[in-house]
Structures are given as structure tokens and as C-alpha cells.
Design a protein around this ligand. Sequence first.
Ligand SMILES: NC(=O)c1ccc[n+]([C@@H]2O[C@H](COP(=O)([O-])OP(=O)(O)OC[C@H]3O[C@@H](n4cnc5c(N)ncnc54)[C@H](O)[C@@H]3O)[C@@H](O)[C@H]2O)c1
Ligand SMILES: O=c1ccn([C@@H]2O[C@H](COP(=O)(O)OP(=O)(O)O[C@H]3O[C@H](CO)[C@@H](O)[C@H](O)[C@H]3O)[C@@H](O)[C@H]2O)c(=O)[nH]1
Length: 447
Amino acid sequence: MKITIFGTGYVGLVTGTCFAEAGNDVLCVDIDEERIEQLNDGEVPIYEPGLEDMLACNMDEGRLRFTTDAAEGVAHGQFQFIAVGTPPDEDGSADLSHVLAVARTIGEHIDDYRVVVDKSTVPVGTADRVHAAILEAMEARGVDVAFDVVSNPEFLKEGAAIEDFMKPDRIIVGAENPAAVALMRDLYAPFNRNHDRLIFMDVRSAELTKYASNAMLATKISFMNELSNLAERLGADIEEVRRGMGSDPRIGYHFIYPGCGYGGSCFPKDVQALARTARQAHYEPELLDAVEAVNHRQKRHLVRRIRHYFEDNLERRTFALWGLAFKPNTDDMREAPSRVIMEALWDAGARVRAYDPEAQDEAARLYPDEAGLELCGSPYDALEGADALIICTEWQVFRSPDFDRMRRLLSEPVIFDGRNLYDPEKMLAAGFVYYGIGRGESVDTLI
Ligand SMILES: NC(=O)c1ccc[n+]([C@@H]2O[C@H](COP(=O)([O-])OP(=O)(O)OC[C@H]3O[C@@H](n4cnc5c(N)ncnc54)[C@H](O)[C@@H]3O)[C@@H](O)[C@H]2O)c1
Ligand SMILES: O=c1ccn([C@@H]2O[C@H](COP(=O)(O)OP(=O)(O)O[C@H]3O[C@H](CO)[C@@H](O)[C@H](O)[C@H]3O)[C@@H](O)[C@H]2O)c(=O)[nH]1
């Protein structure tokens, strides 16, 4: 099948590459010339495990191509995927300008039946706006070509994106026209072999399913973070509580890890956008607001602990920080808790020696002139002479480090662990002052 993908970010690149891997003829379009040039040279602009090899292999086989030529893109694919960004606007609502720009482009060039598939995360009603934008551009040209607009939200997780796309839990398709339903079923047949993972529904329900899923997951995390703060005050250990709760299959073990807050390009913006949608529909989203507020507070939790420990004087102190990315196995630092923590430390006059296996280039790009940031060659380099270690991301390499070496390198053996990687009792026995999240040590005077 011939497929065009608009947008070569995390979603567009993974979608395009995986469809090509299934034997389709895929053309990816982006307005970012530098990015397309890089991709045509075989360079992958993001870190996503498995992507580079799969992309190279499909480019070699001629099934995957990249261009900035939107007209060529519209001419190519019977399926026109929209996978461009929908960043938050100032009021928290989703900025649809990129999505609607692609819709207009399709309307300007369409000359045969097309299924326009919206893969970007967009508020309920966006498919209608995409439809109207295509129609308007077609009418301006005086042409009338049949097309369908379908909602097909994406559920991949960064760091596991290829696996999530190739073996999805479910494929949600919102489509009204039976012809478009049939085409979408054929398109996804290779990813739908053992159980039927395709769930068809009306377009608006599909659009809402995406926000509902992300908001539910974010709610689980904020709930656990709220409980972790309570556990600290009550002298309980949230890790024991988590194990106890997770063993109930109605609750489950997934997404109940307390930490230094959720980040990334999706949960923060999608919770806010859904709350905004609710307000526009004259509904007060009390739970969603609380999920967001708890997360905002949680990202500052370790900073309060650190301030408390150092008696509110961080001037000229140096902190080692492990993990810049918002989660392991990605180089993405969008909304990462590490950023909130580093920025607060810099504001207080401290310096940060940071290490991340993949996100250091991104940190250098985000903070080019920050004198308080030093990017280090290894986790141990970062510790040299630091007053304490702060852990923001649970990369595998941080799970079983050489604690003796760490103690020797740190000028004070103090660890603020935002991901509960270690056993507090063992850390105490190893001579560390160790603070996790929700583990029976309260700094409630400061919270
Ligand atoms: N990142 C994720 O893990 C993830 C997962 C599921 C859904 N989503 C959703 O998918 C969408 C895309 O997310 P992303 O993280 O891939 O975004 P991204 O910011 O990484 O990439 C978006 C790309 O679209 C390109 N673009 C913008 N306007 C364009 C246009 N008119 N024509 C062609 N290309 C254009 C940009 O240059 C950029 O390369 C968002 O709505 C997001 O919420 C993201
Ligand atoms: O128990 C948990 C699980 C996750 N997190 C944090 O939550 C954030 C998001 O993690 P994750 O969901 O694994 O990553 P994303 O790549 O942002 O994926 C989410 O957002 C995507 C974009 O919409 C969706 O497609 C995915 O289904 C959804 O999981 C990260 O900061 C994690 O550290 C926790 O704090 N505790």
C-alpha cells in the first residue's frame, strides 16, 4: 500500500518505518529541511532503540523515503497520515496550527480519493476541522475529490516505540465511512494477526479515547505520588504499599511507581488539554486539575528535600545529577523533572554535574549558555567532588552501581533518589544518607 506520513518526529518516524517494515511503500514529509537532509543521509535525529537499523534497512530496500515536497506527499499515498506536533498553547489547549496546515496542504494538492488519518493527539472535534480545512482548500481550486478523515490515535511509548507499534495492545480507529473502515482494516492487518486488536468506533470517541488513556495513566502516577507524600508523614514505605496494592489485579502493577513527577511530551500537555476541553464544554475538571497540580508539586519535591538537608543554603554547592531524559531509553527532555530540579538549583546558586546515557546532546542544546551545568563522561565522573547525588531517571546502568566508589567520589555521601532505585536499609549500612520518595522520612515543615 502507498502511505504518506506528514511529520517525522517520534510518532511519524516510527509509524513510517514500521509500515515500511510491513512491506508498504512509505513517503515521509516534513517542513524541517535539515531533518529531512539528515534522514536522507541515514541519520536518525532521535534516539529510539531499534529505529536506526530498521530505518536503514527499509531505506535500502526502497520502501521508505523522505522529502520536504508536500505536493509529492499528497500525490503518493492513498493514506495520508498526519503525525505533526500538537504542543500546548498558552491556555493549555492543544495548538492545532500544524495539523490544520497539513490539512490545507492536502486540500491544495489532492486529485484522487484519499484517507486522511489523524495520528496526532487532538481534541474532540478536530477531525471535523481537518475535513473543513481540506474542503476549503479544494473549493478554492474549484475541484471536488472524495476523501475521508479518520482518527487513529497513537499509543506508543518513547523508548519502546517500535515494540509498541509492531505489537500494539489495541489499534483505535474512529471512522464513519465503511469504505474507510475496510481500508484501515487492510492497512493494519499485518499488526493484527493473533487477536483482533482493531477497535472501530465513531471519530469523536476515538479522539477522546487517546486523552482518556493518558489522563488515566497520569492519574495513577499522581495518586501514587500523593500517597507517597502521605507515607512520608506516616512513617510508611510507599514501595511496600505499591507492592501490596499492585497485587490486586483490579489495580495492577503498571504505572503505580512513585517518583519525582511525570514528564515527557504527552502526559503534561494532554492532561492540561483535556482539562481545557472540559472547561470549554462547561464542565469543571476537578480530578484532572488535581492530577496536574500534584505533578507540579512533585517535580519540586526533591528540591525541597535538598534545601531542607542543606539548611536552605545551596550557594556554591555542587550536585551530581544522574538522568536528564524524562524517562529511560530516550534522549527526550521535554517536561523532564531533571529540568525543574536543575533550574531550581541554578537559581539558588548551585552547580550541576550531570550524566545521562543519551540525553546529553539535548541538554547542551537546551542550555547552551548555562555556566552552572557540566556534562560528564560517566556516572562516576559526575560524582567527583559533588555535595550530593540526585537521581532523576531510572536508566538500567544506575541500578547496580559501585557504591564504594561512589562514596569515595562524593564529598558528602548523600543521595536524593527520585526513582526509588535502592534499598534504604542497605544504603544506610553502606554509609550513605539516603532519601527516596515516600519512604518514611518527612520534610513536611517545608512542603
Ligand atoms: N512522542 C510520543 O511518544 C507520542 C506518542 C503518541 C502520540 N503522540 C502525539 O503525536 C503527535 C506528534 O508527536 P511527536 O512527539 O512525534 O512530535 P515531534 O515534535 O517530535 O515531531 C513533529 C514533526 O512534525 C513536523 N511538522 C510540523 N509541521 C509540519 C507540516 N506542516 N508538514 C510536515 N511536517 C510538519 C515537525 O517539523 C516535526 O519534525 C503529537 O500530537 C503527540 O501528542 C506523541
Ligand atoms: O509508574 C510510573 C510510570 C511512568 N512514570 C513517568 O511518567 C512519564 C511518562 O512515561 P511513559 O508513559 O512511559 O512515557 P511516554 O513516552 O510519555 O508515553 C505516554 O504518552 C504517550 C504519548 O501520548 C502515549 O502514547 C503512551 O501510551 C503513554 O504511556 C515519565 O516521566 C515516567 O517517568 C512514573 O512516574 N511512574
